[in-house]
Design a binder for this molecule. Sequence first.
Ligand code: ZN
Length: 81
Amino acid sequence: MPAYEYQCQSCAARFERRQKMSDPEVESCPDCGGQVKRLISAGAGVISKGAGNHSAAPSCEMGGACCAPEGGCGEMCGCDN
Ligand SMILES: [Zn+2]
């Protein structure tokens, strides 16, 4: 399930919500009730796996580069590269 990051326009609080694609966007801040804007997330969200491109460092499920791109990270970060 992809995680979306939001930022409140009123108090600038940032928070993350795991939502289905079909779920409506969060519209109000849990802290102050102000209007929130969805941020474009760099790591979380849809990651294509198994593209067979070995020139790029593998990505972890947690987002970002794999912690051990050379020999596979095994249990180190929980991704299955
Ligand atoms: Zn707020």
